[in-house]
Ligand binder design. Structure first.
Ligand code: MN
Ligand code: MN
Length: 475
């Protein structure tokens, strides 16, 4: 660059630009973004658990012609398949023209979110109230779950194998549930405690009833027998679901916020809801694979469970189900799975922590992601000295930059807060361990892991376009 260039030109040439989407997106594109997000909002309301997310994504994929994967069928380019793993994780694939021989492209998201699970023996009575014992799942701030409306979702399996779907608290006519909180008038001592000391996991007990089961006779009405509140609840449950107390042993019941997804802001630019982490990336990745066409390499979306508790277990990303699936595809093409995986590329699509001006001291603004600045690319995740995360190679970062710039994708970089402020990981490392090139790509979110997280509509759509461009790119 010439030394006599003017400052404006030098700036343009040398500085990395940070872009607010409003500066680049026209009215027509905003309409497209809003339409996309309306569908996403409906999906989010119907997918409050991993089982529900599997069911909803499957329904959407079937509308687009996806068929159940059969390892013995020989698939041709353009064919679309799905594989459900134990009702809680799912894979979608579109067979490419080159099939698996040059590697495949994967977008991996997770469909579990922080919540409260019921314990195996949840029902108890205290001072004539019926409550359910819970055990929290994932990284929650316990106080955020007190005094908010909650719903009960899940599945109960009876001894004879019959299964019962439970979803109470979502319909306008349903009752809801809550965990009571101590009134501020009596909170003086509690306020002196640390948050960890003041809010205990064992106190997250769900209020589910307060009337007693009283028999017809006068004698029963006057008796001071205990246990009648619990019995009343069990009777109602038996009438509604034909279950007994022991049936909770073979159930997976999740307590989730009962709120519906809503637009946020006078300009309706944001979406507030439960479980954007990471159903927003699950939805975006799904939409990318449902709408991609004539892909050269086989593309695949994997939606996994258990990310919020470390990805272990047979439905988590640390399980071999993804590798087994790719192995089945590779076998059809007469190639070794290890060769396919080593040549493959992956977007680990998960939310990132958006810069929050209320808590700016926890972020380093120069490396944070911002709402409305587009899809976030995080080179690495992890705690402390990048422990427990995944670090994308400079080579792959260059490829991603060039892909996004070439396709006019609104994108930004991000990291999960200041160095040593905390940290976190995604499924990236488990996939990287299979020797793929992996990078974290996702949507910035405010109030992550709270019952009501916030994302920007522009970012949601940018993440969709980004993932789609990754799938469509010829290799
Ligand atoms: Mn996540
Ligand atoms: Mn999370």
């Amino acid at each position: 660059m010439k030394i006599n260039s003017n400052l404006k030109d030098i700036k343009k040439e040398l500085l990395r630009k940070s872009k607010h989407g409003s500066r680049f997106i026209d009215e027509k594109s905003l309409k497209e973004i809003d339409d996309f997000c309306e569908k996403y909002k409906k999906f989010l309301d119907k997918s409050k658990t991993e089982r529900e997310a599997v069911k909803e994504t499957l329904l959407l994929a079937q509308e687009f012609g996806f068929k159940e994967f059969d390892p013995d069928t020989k698939y041709e380019a353009g064919e679309k398949v799905y594989y459900v793993n134990k009702h809680k994780s799912i894979i979608f694939a579109v067979i490419g023209k080159n099939k698996t021989k040059n590697g495949i492209k994967i977008a991996a998201a997770h469909i579990d979110s922080p919540r409260l699970d019921l314990k195996p023996n949840p029902v108890y009575e205290s001072n004539d109230m019926t409550l359910f014992k819970t055990h929290y799942y994932g990284g929650i701030k316990k106080y955020q779950w007190l005094a908010v409306p909650l719903a009960i979702h899940g599945k109960i399996f009876k001894k004879d194998g019959e299964s019962i779907d439970v979803c109470i608290g979502e319909d306008e006519s349903d009752p809801q549930f809550c965990i009571s909180d101590l009134l501020p008038h009596l909170g003086k001592d509690r306020l002196k405690k640390t948050v960890d000391e003041a809010f205990l996991g064992e106190e997250l007990n769900l209020l589910v009833g307060s009337r007693l089961l009283i028999g017809e006779s006068d004698q029963q009405k006057e008796s001071e027998e205990m246990g009648l509140a619990k019995l009343n609840t069990l009777k109602i449950l038996n009438e509604s679901y034909k279950i007994t107390e022991t049936d909770f042993l073979s159930a997976e019941i999740e307590i989730v916020p009962a709120f519906k997804t809503r637009d946020i802001g006078f300009d309706r630019s944001m979406i507030g809801g439960y479980g954007h982490d990471d159903r927003v990336c699950a939805y975006v990745s799904l939409m990318a694979i449902l709408t991609c066409q004539d892909v050269s390499s086989t593309v695949l979306v994997v939606l996994s469970d258990k990310e919020e508790v470390g990805s272990d277990g047979n439905t988590g990303m640390n399980s071999s189900f993804l590798k087994y699936f790719v192995e089945d595809l590779a076998k059809q093409d007469g190639v070794e799975v290890r060769h396919v995986l080593s040549k493959s590329k992956c977007f680990s699509t998960d939310v990132s922590a958006a810069f929050d001006s209320n808590f700016s001291s926890y972020y380093e603004a120069g490396n944070s992601c911002f709402l409305n600045h587009g899809v976030v690319v995080s080179k690495y995740t992890g705690f402390g000295g990048k422990s427990g995360g995944s670090d994308a190679s400079a080579e792959f970062m260059a490829e991603v930059r060039s892909l996004f710039d070439g396709n006019n994708i609104l994108w930004q970089t991000g990291e999960l807060g200041k160095v040593d402020a905390g940290g976190g990981g995604t499924v990236a490392k488990f996939i990287a361990n299979l020797n793929l090139d992996v990078v974290d790509v996702g949507v910035p979110v405010l109030s992550m892991h709270s019952p009501f997280e916030v994302v920007s509509k522009i970012d949601v759509y940018s993440a969709f376009l980004a993932t789609k461009s990754f799938f469509q790119k010829d290799v």
